[in-house]
Design a protein around this ligand. Sequence first.
Ligand code: MG
Length: 496
Amino acid sequence: MNSIARLKELSAEIFDFQNITSLLAWDQEVYMPQGAVNDRSSQLSRMSGLVHGKQTSQELGDLLKKAHDELDGYFEHDRALVRVMQRAYDMSTKLPAEFVTEFTQLTSRSVHAWVDARKKSDFSLFAPFLEKVVQMTKKQTELLGYKEHPYDALLDLYEEGLTTADVERVFDEIKQPLIELLPLVEKNWTSSLAPHDPIAVEAQKEFVRELVTSIGYDFNRGRMDVAPHPFMERFGHDDRRITNRYDEKDIGGALFGSMHESGHAMYEQGIGTDIAGSALDSGVSLGMHESQSRMWENMIGRSKEFWEFSFPKLQKAFPSQFGKMTSEDFYRRINHVRASLIRTESDEVTYNLHILIRFEIEKALIEGTVAVKDLPELWNAKYKEYLGVDVPNDAQGVLQDIHWSHGSIGYFPTYTLGNLAAAQIWRKYQEVDPGYVDTLRKGEFSKIREWLRANMYQYGSVYQPKELIRRVTGEDVQSKYLVEYLRGKYLKGTTC
Ligand code: MG
């Protein structure tokens, strides 16, 4: 048997074991009784160990070496499979087992400390843990290796090939335009949707199910359940599920959360059957994934025309809440813009400023140019400078996100990359469908989804993120499309 045939077998095996592990994790979030938490932790850790063993096996290492020698004779998809499997192998083998164990123990204590510190709104309780997390993360960058900047090693964990220089370039380009745009927009987009008269959860579920079906989420190969945090999870080529959460006084959360997760899931449901069940059967990176969740949630799902089509349905379903509202009024409310303290509650205009602050702080931490103890002061100063808001306490400031306690440094920039790519891909779609405004008005969303499937989704992880965006749009990631999109939408009232 040649190397690639055996690599495909191993890839299929790992894919199945990963999916089984995901099913256990999904069940824990969705159905599992709380009392079973110890059983499930033990099961999950055994499964992770099993997957890790397969991903780091001597056999796999040897096969990958051989495959590299044979690469020139391979088909494109097979070369891609070697690339993706090598990447997973490197990530799992570059860090010694003792390092991984120590880091896991540290972050699990660190999460507890973060929860406690946030509850008491006291950063000093979390600071000693974060100091250790930063120390170990610096060590991790040396173990993983990098060319120019240690932070590159961290970015690459989440977004293959992304560098600090790339992120600096895009933030340099959007920082000033966003800071200038915010006060202009904020004064005109003042009304919000919630709170409205309560809508029963069951009725919301029914509406949301129809909504995401209309944009193309396939319930024959997926399902939607309730969980404390919305997410998408894969259990196999034909099983991509989403979760959603509901608030009786704010249907917006369910509407846009479900479109966001459907965007993630439709990307994966669109992956070609030719790469089904292999390491390529997955969206290629967090940034590319987020481009699809954001595009469906925001560019499409918060457009005026989308609601010209969908608002009458909402009115019919909930006449006492929306019967007297116009589609235009609804549109303005779901696009409410306000500089706020909390990233997860922020809007399209301010979101990337929240990310910029985290990026600047993370980079300084890894470079060692800021001390952990000084973070609250630095955080608050940046919120004042970029968003014009005063941070009243640590809980609503530097302690708001769980990511650093998990040791996930380098993750945040993928959100902004996703937003930029979303605007760029959406712009490309407008070029190929100049009647896109009517496409939205008529609810012909399958036309958009089919174009995305043919040009992007079907490839899964075949192309690296940078190559994928070039293939879809003809150029590297640019910031100007997002800025133009935001200016058009919020200042000129156009769908662009
Ligand atoms: Mg997402």
